[in-house]
Design a protein around this ligand. Structure first.
Ligand code: AMP
Length: 400
């Protein structure tokens, strides 16, 4: 990248943003980029990649030097929708075009061992952990993390895949064999009271903006629901936002970073993992007022001014997951609920697959005949009720 001539920021309208990956995140990034007057093109081997509806598709493997060159020549900046991109892909691109975030950030976020070390060096706290790079390191690992743990592959795990809970030496050895004897990290079980996430965007000029803090609920390792405005104490919110700012500054991030956090009963925040990109938990920013996480990432990588992107109103998101044959949700019933916004990605249905999401935004006005304004607390409880209706329509029940 050092051999590149620095472009003038902000990039001019009609500049081209290249994206690696063509899933729903790339689709929504492209929509935000288009609205800001940019053009987009993306590489993805999937002929049905969702982003092709709104962006120019270069259908190719990622590690294809010819198509990478094509994208590098067409684009003024490249950004990514996922982190599992081989190093040589980013290296090739960085020779001829700006890539944001830089490959060092992807190296960290792709590998749980490097990630935890880098987080601790930056002064943040993580769960107790033990790196297992080979069989001999299984010795003493379980005791080292408190007698019970979760064994996770160091690389390529997502949505709870590539991980096993263990509570004895025998289970730990069996789990390591089952995961293919690859490098892993054993984490102690964290007795969290809530799972939270927070985001930060930083542009090449060094301007920083943070998101609100979202409260996330998972079912079977998959995000079910994210809520913004869920009675979060001021101290916890500020703490989370400061952690995000610290990482963006210390790691010189250009682009957007998401931090997944565990909140302990005493308010301590541990970082579970980071993603150098927009994130499922940030989808609620699309409809709550203010700029969305997608716009924040695009503004960051094109050098446009940034501003904090906490939604203006309480809002929440419920994921739409693939349904069993004959059980398609009643979309009209969902859309009839006040405050709902349906986002579908156009992907083929497969049970459990992320196919879309529903955002639900609190009403800012009184709903009674008096027209009196609702307090924030009332807005939130009304929104949660509507969210529960959406969840029942999608899943038949509400996850606790
Ligand atoms: P991950 O893929 O690391 O984000 O893990 C998926 C989910 O598993 C998290 O969102 C948590 O609900 C749970 N989990 C992961 N690591 C731990 C841990 N160390 N202690 C307790 N729960 C965890």
């Amino acid at each position: 990248m050092s051999s590149l001539e620095a472009p003038t920021f902000p990039l001019a309208p009609n500049s081209v943003i290249g994206i690696l990956g063509g899933g729903q995140l790339a689709m929504m990034l492209s929509i935000a980029a288009t609205e800001l007057g940019f053009l987009t093109a993306f590489i993805d081997p999937d002929p049905h990649a969702p982003a092709q509806k709104v962006s120019n598709h270069i259908e190719s493997a990622f590690a294809n030097p010819e198509t990478l060159l094509l994208l590098a020549q067409a684009a003024q900046v490249i950004t990514l929708e996922f982190e599992n991109v081989p190093d040589q892909v980013l290296e090739q691109l960085e020779h001829s075009v700006l890539v944001y975030p830089a490959k060092e950030i992807f190296k960290i976020s792709r590998n749980r061992v490097l990630e935890k070390k880098a987080l601790v060096v930056a002064g943040l706290q993580v769960a107790p952990y033990w790196a297992i790079l080979g069989g001999p390191q299984l010795e003493g690992a379980l005791v080292g993390v408190g007698g019970k743990g979760i064994l996770k592959t160091a690389e390529l795990g997502y949505d709870g895949k590539g991980q096993k809970r263990v509570s004895s030496e025998a289970e730990l050895r069996a789990a390591w064999l089952e995961l293919g004897e690859v490098p892993c990290v054993l984490e102690g079980i964290v007795p969290f009271v809530r799972e939270l996430s927070v985001q930060v965007a930083r542009n090449p000029q060094g301007e920083i903006a943070v998101s609100g803090v979202y409260h996330n609920t998972h079912v079977a390792g998959i995000l079910r629901r994210s809520v913004f405005g869920d009675h979060l104490e001021d101290g916890t919110r500020e703490n989370a936002q400061n952690m995000a700012r610290t990482l963006a500054e210390k790691w010189n991030v250009v682009g957007l970073l998401t931090l997944e956090l565990f909140e302990l009963a005493d308010g301590t925040l541990l970082v579970n993992e980071i993603a150098p990109r927009v994130h499922n938990s940030g989808h609620l920013t699309q409809n709550g007022g203010n700029i969305s996480q997608f716009e924040a990432q695009i503004r960051a990588v094109t050098g446009l001014p940034l501003r904090d992107f906490a939604p203006g109103l309480p809002c929440m998101m419920v994921n739409v997951l693939g349904w069993e044959e004959g059980c398609e949700p009643d979309w009209s019933a969902i859309l009839r609920i006040p405050g709902t916004h349906l986002h579908l990605y156009g992907k083929k249905n497969r049970a459990g697959r992320k196919l879309g999401h529903v955002n639900i935004v609190a009403s800012s006005r009184g709903s009674g005949s008096s027209g009196a304004g609702l307090s924030v607390r009332e807005q939130i409880s009304e929104m949660l009720e509507r969210g529960a209706m959406v969840e029942r329509l999608l899943f038949g029940q509400v996850a606790l």
